[in-house]
Structures are given as C-alpha cells and as structure tokens.
Design a protein around this ligand. Structure first.
Ligand SMILES: [Ca+2]
Ligand SMILES: [Ca+2]
Ligand SMILES: [Ca+2]
Ligand SMILES: [Ca+2]
Length: 376
C-alpha cells in the first residue's frame, strides 16, 4: 500500500484484528488502531509514514511483533492504551523509535533492534510499569529521552537488561551483585539512563544483530524497452543488519542477467537507491525485470534478497506504444509529450527516443525518420 503522505493506511476499529505481511508506505498513519484491543500486527514492512503504528485510545493488549519499521517520523506511538507487547521488531531511522505517551501502562518492549533513530524510546511521565529488556540500542542519537514512571530496564539476574552501544563498562565478574570473579556477558556496573533509572545488567553483546540485506524495489525508467537502446533500472536496496556490507546485485530480464552492480558499500540500517544504465538485445516479447542481491556470509533470511518488477515489453526501437509498427499513433504520442521532461505531467518515457530525459524536436525527428517500420 502506498499513501500520499496523508490519510490512514490501515484504520482499525475492531476487536482481535490481525495485520500480517503488508507493505505500508507513505501515509500519515501507517496503521492506526482506535478502541480496538487484542490485535496482532506482525511481519509487516512499515516505511516513510509520519506515524508507523499508532495505538490510540483504549487500544491495548496488542502484539506488535517481527515488523520492519523504517524511516517514519515516529515508528510506534502508544497513547491511552495498556498492555501492549512490542517484540522482535526492527525499528530504524526514525525521529522517534517507540513513543509511549499519556496514560499508557504495562507496555512490554522486548528483543527489538532499535537503531539509527534520533530518539530510541521515550516514555512520558505517568506511564507506569513499562518493561524494557533484551533490546539492542545502537547508533541512536539519544537511546532514551524520557523514562516514564516505574520503568524496568532489566530482567532478573541472569536474564539481564539491554545492549547499549555507548556502555563503557567491562565484564570481569558475575553473580547477582557482580562481585564474583568470572564474566557472564553482563556488564559489571549498571548503565545509567538518568538519575532515577539504570539498567542493572547491561548486555555486553547485541542480540539479534545479523547480516541481512534486501532488495526493496525495482523499476525501469520506461515500460517499453527497446532492443539495443539504453535504459535505466532503478533499484532500492536495504541493509537490515548493523554492519557495513559490500553488496553485489545482478539485474535480470527473466532469467538472463543484463547488468551487474558489484561492490556497493552500505552502512548498517541504511537504504540506497541505485540507477543502472542497461541495454538489452533479447528477442522481442514480454519480460520480468528482477534484481537479486548475493547472499552475505552468515545471512539467514534470503527470501527478501530478490525483487521482481511487473512485466515490461521489449520492443522494436522507437516504437512508442510497443504495437510493432511505427505509425501515426507513435507520432501522436510524441506530440502529446512534446516539450516535457522527466517529472513533468505530460512526460512519457516511452517517447524519449534519444534518452536525454526530455522530449523535443530530436525525438520527433527520430520517430518520423523511422515511420513505417514494422517488427519482422
Ligand atoms: Ca559481569
Ligand atoms: Ca536478506
Ligand atoms: Ca507503434
Ligand atoms: Ca529526448
């Protein structure tokens, strides 16, 4: 689902609704739940919204699990809602990762990766009994902004607290009081959050940080690709892990490789858009353009390493509508797009005969000089 920066992607007013496996981008509220308890939001990709998931007003007891929530203003916002479990999500590159607001109690934040946000988590004063442990807090400008009331930042010994990438303690001791010789994977001194809050057993190593890349989108700059004429394939790739990766991507038309994009370096938690200049000499016909990123060493989730575009037509050069003949219809298409350039309302990429991203007399001459040609 693609929004236009406003409105609600999925608007829930009900009991026990499950939202699974959706791709929700570009809305004001990606998912909004109002007076809708006991819902399950799982395995979704939620990107580029103002608020990714908003649990508002008596909308508690949800399970928000295994979502990829990236580049929202606020990834998860909770208000007037109790008992929400936020578990095993990747919450990345937002202004606010998790915002627990106004009278929301008993929230559990467990086993999430919260990284590259301005603020990792903020819990308003008066939100009681929040539990936050076994999360990985990395590369946030502020891991915690406000700490709420009675927030617990660790579980009992030896289960431990969270990983904080700016913790500078050591691990030489173990035991409930960290005074017995021998390490246990937990820092020997607490991680201080503010005057009233500490994680007593900070983890020495991050949990759940893996090597994982994905191809998120593939598109071609024209929908009709002409044999032997350059065109662009635009790819969006993401690094879901937290290590810098070197990524190789191959672009295919059906099963034929048409371009290799090798050695792309991408920081952890980041996305990149690549524009690849391609040329095809394959027979005329309908093809599926796809991009596949090579599996990284140690990568286990490879299901998202390939992304396929809708079908494209490989046609005879300069046939603007792809119907196999260059005739008045093509000249009319060029005339309709005449004077436009990339991004303008009348722009038609299939009329840009010389690939200079504008449609002018040069394109007109090309279509006219090929007038009457047919596919053989
Ligand atoms: Ca220790
Ligand atoms: Ca992957
Ligand atoms: Ca035609
Ligand atoms: Ca042109």
């Amino acid at each position: 689902m693609q929004g236009a920066g406003s409105e609600v992607g999925i608007d829930v007013h009900g009991y026990g609704v499950t939202i699974r496996n959706c791709d929700i981008r570009g809305f004001y509220w990606g998912i909004q739940l109002v007076q809708s308890p006991h819902c399950s939001i799982t395995q979704n990709s939620i990107k580029d919204n103002i608020i990714g998931i908003y649990c508002n007003y008596l909308s508690g007891d949800h399970n928000i699990t295994e979502n990829y929530i990236q580049s929202n203003n606020t990834a998860v916002r909770i208000a007037y809602s109790n008992g929400i479990h936020i578990r095993q999500n990747k919450i990345i590159s937002s202004m606010y990762g998790i915002a627990i607001k106004t009278y929301s109690h008993y929230t559990v934040v467990l086993e999430n990766i919260i990284a590259a946000n301005i603020v990792g988590i903020t819990i308003s004063e008066g939100c009681r009994e929040t539990t936050v442990f076994h999360n990985t807090f990395m590369t946030n400008e502020y891991h915690v902004l406000e700490s709420g009331t009675e927030t617990r930042w660790d579980d009992v010994y030896f289960s431990g607290g969270n990983f904080w990438d700016n913790y500078n303690g050591v691990d030489l001791y173990h035991g409930q009081y960290q005074n017995e010789t021998g390490s246990d994977g937990l820092g020997d001194t607490p991680y201080l959050i503010d005057e009233a809050n500490s994680d007593h057993y900070p983890l020495m190593k991050p949990l759940g940080v893996e090597h994982d890349i994905a191809v998120q989108n593939v598109s071609t700059h024209r929908t009709i690709l002409w044999q032997g004429i350059d065109f662009y394939v635009n790819i969006e790739i993401a690094n879901y892990g937290f290590n810098e990766e070197t990524i190789d991507v191959i672009i295919y038309a059906n099963s034929t490789p048409i371009y290799e994009c090798l050695g792309v370096i991408l920081e952890g938690g980041r996305t990149a858009a690549l524009s690849c200049k391609c040329s095809i000499t394959l027979p005329l016909g309908i093809y599926k353009i796809s991009a596949a990123a090579d599996t990284l060493q140690g990568e286990t989730d490879t299901s998202d390493n390939t992304f396929a575009n809708g079908n494209v037509l490989i046609g005879m050069p300069y046939d603007a509508n792809g119907d196999g003949v260059i005739d008045l219809k093509d000249v009319v298409l060029v005339a309709l797009a005449f004077g436009s350039s990339l991004g303008r309302p009348t722009w038609n990429p299939n009329c840009d005969m010389n690939g200079d991203l504008k449609i002018d007399l040069k394109d007109y001459f090309v279509v006219c000089s090929n007038y009457g040609q047919r596919e053989t």
